[in-house]
Design a binder for this molecule. Structure first.
Ligand code: HEM
Length: 441
């Protein structure tokens, strides 16, 4: 089965038409030849951008010389209202200090501790699904937000503050795309709609309160053992310092944003991919029955079918379709001179479907996971020192949620979704699926 992909642009278009296409959807604005190209250059007045599509160049930028290619402020500017000075938007020394603390929240010990809360969220998500046809995206968003609230703050999503924060986040995500044309076109002003500004202020207010309450509980010695407590008490191994006051809220905000939008998108696509394939669903359900007796973090290895479906979902529909860095000096890529300030685009979307690196790149095929593909061709979590610190968390969550849902429900397709890049890779008109009880569940 070949799952849907947006129609790519064929043939050249003017710069203005490109920007208009880009504004509508960044994925279909790109030319079809990018699924074959090694590198492509875009020129706008006063700004150069290159999309790099080879493992060698990606390795150089993300792994070997990341300090020479910081995150582009052009891209992160749009997120600052919500994320403040979070680890996702900072660079250099500030980033390194924050990253040393953030990493301590995602060690194997921490994941083992929060895993039961993930399973509770997965069980509730499966229980919430009605029989009949629905758009599953709001359901997976709610499930992923529930996972984050339970693991960060030990709060289920139905608690009023969690529900209010989630609603404000949704409104922010609807109006703030991950990449705007400004990332490619210098002369466009940074613009935030009123709705985006209000939603960001509301989220920050709610998160500020949660963080203040937690700081009080830590001081009183009554804080639960969850990710928020870990984040706010972890010390930097180099300096012995905890996060400076005010910065905890920034890191909590990125845990919400990076943790819930991405996982929700991946789970919705994974459900679409298994829908209509009763044989595959039965295998996932059988694995889950084998896992259910122990329900431990280590036991996740008993869910190989759901794991491979989730990996394939992340390949075909990477939640972060593109990442942007900036050159800090003159560089030469593939013999082409690039001035300082060139935007360097790394596109998991194109690398994951590149004709030179994958056999039948557009096909949903679990057998490709039998021999591990080269890491450099598979970048759903990025690579190098800025690799997603929540990758193991996200895989555990995705595999658990997918398995629990499929173990309880039969899933069938109702429409063919059209992928578009919003804050993450979503479907233009939602993902319509029909659920019915799985016999014997
Ligand atoms: C399927 C789920 C997820 C995917 C596909 C994903 C993907 C990514 C990617 C591609 C990046 C790098 C972005 C860039 O460099 O421009 C990133 C960064 C990040 N992610 Fe994730 N992520 C996921 C889940 C999570 C979760 C669950 C958390 C935390 C609870 C998380 C926290 C972060 C943070 C804090 C960063 C910034 C790291 C840094 O810049 O040092 N992510 N993620």
């Amino acid at each position: 089965m070949i799952p849907p992909k947006p129609a790519a642009r064929s043939g050249p278009v003017s710069r203005w038409r490109y920007l208009r296409l880009f504004r509508d959807d960044i994925l279909s604005a790109q030319p079809a030849k990018l699924y074959r190209a090694k590198m492509a250059e875009f020129r706008a007045p006063f700004l150069r951008s290159v999309l790099i599509n080879t493992p060698e160049l990606v390795r150089e930028v993300l792994i070997e010389r990341p300090g020479d290619f910081p995150k582009s402020p052009r891209v992160t500017a749009g997120l600052r209202r919500l994320l403040g000075n979070s680890v996702f938007v900072t660079n250099a020394k500030t980033w390194a200090r924050q990253r040393r603390i953030v990493e301590q929240c995602f060690g194997a010990g921490e994941l083992r501790r929060v895993f039961p809360a993930m399973l509770d969220a997965a069980a509730e998500a499966a229980g919430r699904l009605p029989d009949g046809e629905i758009d599953v995206e709001p359901e997976t968003s709610r499930a992923a937000a529930d996972v984050i609230f339970r693991t960060l703050f030990s709060l289920p999503i139905d608690e009023p503050t969690a529900t209010a924060t989630y609603a404000a986040f949704r409104s922010y995500a609807r109006t703030q795309p991950l990449l705007t044309p400004r990332a490619f076109a210098f002369f466009l002003p940074a613009f935030h709609r009123r709705e985006t500004r209000l939603a960001a202020a509301k989220v920050r207010g709610l998160i500020g309160r949660l963080v203040a309450d937690r700081a009080a509980a830590i001081a009183a010695g009554t804080a639960p053992d969850d990710l928020a407590t870990r984040l706010m008490t972890a010390t930097d191994p180099e300096t012995g310092q905890t996060l400076p006051e005010g910065e905890a809220a920034d890191q909590v905000a990125i845990f919400f944003l990076a943790g819930h939008e991405t996982s929700a998108a991946a789970l919705a696509w994974a459900l679409w991919l298994v829908a209509d394939d009763e044989g595959l669903q039965s295998r996932i359900a059988a694995d889950w029955r084998g896992f259910s007796s122990e329900r431990s973090f280590q036991g996740l290895s008993k869910l190989p079918t759901a794991r491979d479906v989730f990996r394939e979902a992340l390949r075909l529909y990477p939640p972060v379709p593109m990442m942007v860095r900036e050159t800090t000096r003159r560089e030469t890529f593939r013999g082409r001179a690039l001035p300082k300030g060139t935007q360097v685009v790394i596109s998991p979307w194109h690398i994951h479907r590149h004709e030179a690196y994958w056999e039948a790149p557009d096909a949903f095929d679990l057998s490709r996971w039998a021999d591990k593909p080269l890491r450099e061709h598979y970048l759903p979590f990025s690579a190098g020192p800025r690799v997603c610190p929540g990758a193991s968390f996200a895989l555990a969550e995705g595999v658990a949620c997918l398995s629990e849902i499929v173990a309880r429900h039969r899933v069938a397709r109702r429409a063919v979704p059209v992928p578009v890049a919003q804050l993450t890779t979503r479907s233009r008109d939602g993902i319509r699926l029909a659920f019915s009880p799985r016999p014997g569940a």
